[in-house]
Design a binder for this molecule. Structure first.
Ligand SMILES: Cc1ncc(COP(=O)(O)O)c(C=O)c1O
Length: 358
């Protein structure tokens, strides 16, 4: 049955969109999705498994996820009424876009950035203004000011940005916040790796919404994203949040995991150490130019054909992200920092793939 048959039933902007293509690769070594390579510490896993066995799965979960919210509040050092929880930060971005989507509303998205920003905004009928980043992947302020004068209802900034790994300059972000007539979303999905945050700026800038997630620190399967914003903003978004968006198993598991912050931060530190070693190895590899990063991944440009290098890695069981077709990222690949053994295997496979294309 042709899908076009039903097109007239749906909003016209959906006709020009494609579903998000999350790559489902079954490589031996997965370094493509910016997950943490480390799962739960054994003692935390045991505690979670015990608690999960007692979860009453015949009952709906707490619609407010109160215990989890308290754990998140103390993890981020934020008052609980500043917090809204989502089924991943993707869901929160979707709620924010839905909440501001009056007819004719615009979203401002620097490019390149996380592809879901534009996709979600379009999905809610917002017109997307994509403003190219400068050569250091920072915000181009002249173009940003011009785009802000078109009065976007929402601005989406990755801090650090994905796929570039760069944190935009704070002064430039502050200027965007001051000029923006709508919400400014500062997405700190990789904030644990940068150690930088806008969380404490909340009082000053009421239009700032900070996003965090547990996906990048070893808990991606749980699907838990966090929004921290002024309680007035939280209250508005709560009106369209579905009541049971955080399931009971996630509420239990995430609450326990977050009550062990030292175990989580020890893993983050391990990843940062590995990131520095991986960066050094890439810098020493001829034909590659890695970009500076504050996240758990490294973007690098290749002199040779990035498609061929990507395939050469795949054929050796190593999956990384090919960004060659993204505007401004021709011949760019992105590798997520893995375990020491995974990074070693990646670097060995990379040497062989590079030799092959010489
Ligand atoms: C910048 C950025 N924000 C948000 C997300 C999605 O996070 P979550 O798993 O919490 O939906 C990602 C995932 O890659 C990301 O790179």
């Amino acid at each position: 049955m042709s899908p076009r048959r039903f097109r007239h039933l749906f909003r016209p902007e959906l006709a020009g969109m494609e579903p998000y293509a999350a790559e489902v690769q079954t490589g031996r070594i997965r370094l493509d999705a910016n997950e943490s390579p480390f799962s739960l510490a054994p003692e935390v896993r045991r505690e979670i498994m015990k608690a999960l066995s007692r979860v009453p799965v015949n009952r709906y979960p707490d619609p407010e996820a109160r215990e989890l919210k308290a754990a998140v509040a103390s993890w981020l050092n934020v008052e609980p009424d500043w917090i809204l929880l989502g089924n991943g930060s993707d869901e929160i971005i979707s709620l924010l876009a839905a909440a501001v989507a009056v007819p004719g509303a615009r979203a401002l998205v620097p490019t390149p950035s996380f592809s879901m920003y534009a996709l979600i905004a379009q999905g809610h009928g917002l017109a997307v203004d994509a403003v190219p980043l400068d050569e250091r992947f920072d915000l181009r302020m002249e173009e940003m000011r011009a785009a802000l004068s078109r009065r976007p209802r929402i601005v989406l900034l990755g801090y650090p940005n994905n796929p570039t790994g760069v944190c935009y300059s704070r002064t430039r972000i502050n200027e965007v916040v001051d000029l923006a007539p709508g919400l400014v979303v500062i997405d700190e999905a990789y904030g644990d790796y940068s150690g930088k945050s806008f969380l404490s700026n909340g009082d000053r800038h009421r239009n700032v919404v900070v996003l965090r997630t547990v996906s990048k620190i070893g808990l991606a399967a749980l699907r838990l994203g966090v929004m921290a914003a002024h309680p007035e903003i939280v209250r508005e978004i709560e009106k369209i949040r579905l009541p049971y968006n955080i399931n009971a198993l996630t509420q239990t598991a995430a609450r326990i995991a977050l009550s062990h912050p030292r175990a989580l931060s020890a893993q983050v530190k391990k990843v940062i150490r590995e990131r520095d070693r991986l960066m050094e190895a890439l810098e020493w590899t001829r034909g590659l130019s890695p970009y500076p990063t504050e996240a758990n991944f490294i973007l690098f440009r290749t002199v040779g054909d990035a498609d061929a290098i990507h395939s050469g890695l795949l054929s050796r069981g190593v999956v990384i992200r090919n960004l060659s077709r993204t505007p401004a990222l021709k011949n760019c690949l992105r590798v997520t920092v893995g375990t020491p053994a995974e990074n070693k295997a990646f670097l060995e496979a990379l040497q062989l793939a590079l030799k092959e294309i010489q």
